[in-house]
Design a protein around this ligand. Structure first.
Ligand code: HEM
Length: 261
């Protein structure tokens, strides 16, 4: 406020001097100087307006403030237009007033499952997250950034934010390779119920890969990944070094029950 006041006094003094020397011509110069000062003020306002604390974001819930804002990977979008999805008591209200990036992939909307952590996601999950980020960029207006895991107090990306951005890029680059891998080693079907626990099995359509063979469920360790995934392996690939048998696999029904889950 004081800085603005001093700037106006300073420009007024220059204006008086200019009008003394140049008469009418000085008005153009003076108005340009004023517009520079005023626009720099507007600019600094708009940059600060674009940063939100968690507490501020929480208010944009359609009740405390009329607008509905959501955050994904620290970017805040105005989703007021989508009130039928995000409004109070609506199906996707859980995303409102916070960053629940993780839930866009897990589909778990319980209060305990809400999280903005995604660094442990694999390529498929990262791509699905990227899908949502691009969806919001296309469909809704971005209104700012959330200070926290992805952006710091100055609106700069945090090391975590930068790492996730790189991971998203890498996951998109690997898309074609991952698809070929899936055609070769299609994912298993998975089913869970209280009495029997988890059952995994293969079929001619498992993992969305249509084929003329079913294969058997195996633990497949993919290069660069510390964990395994369940993949359907046919007899030609059984000798691969990176696969491990599941215990209790019934080879006649192509299915296995995983103990302790
Ligand atoms: C990971 C799980 C899921 C997530 C994160 C998710 C998220 C969302 C979001 C954010 C929207 C609002 C999009 C917008 O702003 O226009 C939406 C819309 C919708 N979702 Fe889901 N969804 C999930 C699973 C499902 C499932 C399993 C179904 C159906 C069985 C479903 C059915 C719908 C429908 C019908 C719409 C409304 C489409 C429209 O009216 O434009 N969603 N979903």
């Amino acid at each position: 406020m004081w800085i603005m006041f001093i700037k106006i006094i300073f420009i007024s003094i220059i204006a008086i001097i200019l009008s003394f020397y140049y008469g009418d011509k000085s008005t153009d110069i003076i108005s340009s100087l004023f517009s520079v000062v005023v626009s720099s003020k507007t600019l600094s306002n708009s940059t600060t307006r674009k940063l939100f604390t968690k507490k501020q974001l929480k208010l944009y819930n359609g009740v405390d403030k009329p607008e509905l804002y959501i955050s994904i990977l620290g970017r805040i979008f105005d989703v007021t237009r989508g009130i039928k999805h995000y409004g109070p008591n609506q199906q996707y209200n859980i995303f409102v007033g916070r960053d629940a990036s993780r839930c866009f992939v897990t589909g778990k909307f319980n209060i305990d499952d809400i999280s903005d952590e995604v660094a442990d996601f694999g390529n498929d999950d990262l791509r699905s997250l990227n899908y949502w980020l691009n969806f919001y960029k296309k469909e809704y207006k971005i209104v700012g950034k959330l200070i926290g895991r992805y952006f710091d107090n100055n609106g700069n990306q945090t090391p975590y934010g930068r790492a996730v951005k790189m991971m998203l890029k890498e996951a998109e680059r690997e898309k074609e390779k991952d698809h070929l891998e899936k055609v070769k080693f299609p994912p298993c079907n998975v089913e869970w119920n209280v009495e029997t626990g988890t059952r995994i099995w293969c079929s001619k359509k498992s993992g969305g890969i249509e084929r003329d063979w079913s294969g058997m469920p195996y633990q497949l360790y993919e290069p660069g990944s510390k964990t395994y995934r369940c993949a359907c392996i046919n007899e030609h690939n059984e000798k691969l070094g990176s696969i491990k048998e599941y215990e209790d696999c019934d080879k006649s029904t192509f299915s296995c029950f995983i103990k302790g889950s």
